[in-house]
Design a protein around this ligand. Structure first.
Ligand code: NDP
Length: 449
């Protein structure tokens, strides 16, 4: 049972529970934001008067559709896909598409809801949305993935537009899938509209540093949290969950800043390499060969693999959860704190359970919530949109520097706002309030939308 909220906010939360039955992840994401908004309503009573919170909790539009496709043996499969266009007060809906068997409306809505605040935090003109499908890409051939993407886009295309809704990747959706989706959009519409998707390949409208952005950004945020405590990543041991897009580039930047990465994982288990994870090997296994992370220990004799194990039992200074929601529980948080962990930054969305977050905060360690710490991905997507709109493409260093500046700003805003609202060092409070104020002010200015 989550803690009871302030008297103005509890009825709003009860209404969300009532209107969205069974959507547990969405309830969790809303609760986490509402928990921090009490002092905002005291300072700005107009937001209660205009029912801004109730409006933010209700998506502007939700699209659910059938995706029929054939596998390589000619058998027909039916999947369900979603696009939740949550809030467009600050710009076109923006947020990734996730392909994973666990996807249902509650997951898409939690992700879309988080995305509203995250996108506002970047300071760039993007609204919040998210989508996905319960399609499982594991073990599927390239042709099967292509047919699935084509079928999905055959419905989705009519809802997209550079000024309307601009999807990107997420779990199970990388450059390959974005390519198939973009190709089908182009074919159906007979228009080369680069701005309708981000995460594209570099040769056809993509942005330098987009692939690296979420992981790099998470580590920049971690470094800023440590700097605020007169510390840095130099010489620290780091454990990273996942070995997908976010995890790989978080490891790359952490290593660049002098840390030693000792463990990473996938959904089957984790590897430990005390000498420091060999990133070139991880990239080959995951990005090129699309194999399981266990292959790492087969190729490196000094590393070991733990099947079905709990990566958070590996002692470390810094933990970066970069896999999926609720992967780090209260028990895991307790273990990390007892093992001397000093900082946690979320590359994934909502990876820490509410109990875990409380434990980190009570222990006084630096804790960066996903909506701030992983905002570098969507920020660089917005930079990709800028490049597409001006038919330009920027170099890697220029784009990566802009990403770093954005992350430093996000950290500063969250840090200073937490101070202003009486919760110094609490980045959850800072991130929620900065994002909420930006969106709410725009919504009030635009009248009853
Ligand atoms: P990928 O699909 O590239 O990688 C996901 C990784 O997490 C894989 O190693 C996967 O293992 C593991 N994983 C996925 N589901 C589970 C699960 N249920 N239990 C254990 N491990 C799991 O996705 P991304 O790296 O893009 O995304 C990772 C996280 O980062 C997600 O929470 C996403 O929402 C978030 N994020 C991503 C952004 C982006 O730009 N890509 C932007 C901001 C946030 P396996 O291969 O075995 O499934």
């Amino acid at each position: 049972m989550p803690a009871r909220l302030d008297e103005k906010l509890e009825p709003i939360y009860q209404d969300v529970l009532h209107r969205n039955p069974g959507e547990n992840e969405f309830h969790q994401a809303v609760h986490e934001v509402l928990e921090t908004l009490g002092p905002v309503l005291v300072k700005y009573p107009e937001f209660a008067e205009h029912k801004v919170i109730q409006r933010i909790c209700e998506p502007e539009r939700q699209i659910i559709f059938r995706v029929p496709w054939q596998d390589d043996q000619g058998e027909t499969h039916i999947n369900r896909a979603f696009r939740v266009e949550f809030n467009s007060a600050l710009g076109p809906y923006k947020g990734g598409m996730r392909f994973h068997p666990s996807v249902y409306l509650g997951i898409v809505k939690f992700l879309g809801f988080e995305q509203i605040f995250k996108n506002a935090l970047t300071g760039l003109p993007i609204g919040g949305g998210k989508g996905g499908s319960d399609f499982d890409p594991k073990g599927r051939s390239d042709s099967e993935i292509m047919r699935f993407c084509q079928s999905l886009m055959t419905e989705l295309y009519r809802h997209l537009g550079e000024y309307t809704d601009v999807p990107a990747g997420d779990i199970g959706v990388g450059e390959r899938e974005i390519g198939y989706l973009f190709g089908q959009y182009k074919r159906i519409t007979n228009r080369y509209e680069s701005g309708i998707l981000t995460g594209k390949g570099l040769g056809w409208g993509g942005s330098c540093a987009r692939r690296e952005a979420t992981g790099f950004g998470t580590v920049h945020f971690t470094q800023e949290m440590l700097k605020a405590r007169n510390d840095s990543l130099e010489g620290k041991t780091v454990v990273v969950s996942g070995s997908g897009n976010v995890a790989i580039y978080a490891m790359e930047m952490a290593r660049k800043l002098g840390a030693r990465i000792i463990a990473c994982s996938d959904s089957s288990g984790f590897i430990v390499d005390e000498q420091g994870i060999d990133l070139d090997l991880v990239k080959r296994i995951k990005e090129v060969e699309r194999r399981r992370i266990s292959a790492y220990a087969q190729e490196k004799s000094n590393a070991h693999y733990v099947a079905d194990g709990n990566i958070w039992k590996t002692p470390c200074d810094v933990a970066l959860p970069c896999a999926t929601q609720n992967e780090l529980t209260g028990k895991d948080a307790k273990t990390l704190v007892e093992n001397g962990c000093i900082a946690v930054a979320e590359g994934a969305n909502m990876p820490t359970t509410p109990e875990g977050i409380r434990l980190f905060q009570d222990a006084g360690i630096a804790y960066g919530p996903g909506k701030a710490a992983n905002a570098g991905g969507v920020a660089t997507s917005a930079l990709e949109m800028q490049q597409n709109a001006s038919r330009d493409s920027w170099g890697f260093d220029y784009t990566a520097n802009r990403l770093e500046e954005i992350m430093v700003n996000i950290h500063r805003n969250c840090h200073d706002t937490a101070d202003e609202f009486g919760s110094p060092g609490n980045y959850v409070v800072g991130a929620n309030i900065v994002g909420f104020l930006k969106v709410s002010e725009a919504m009030v200015a635009m009248g009853l939308i």
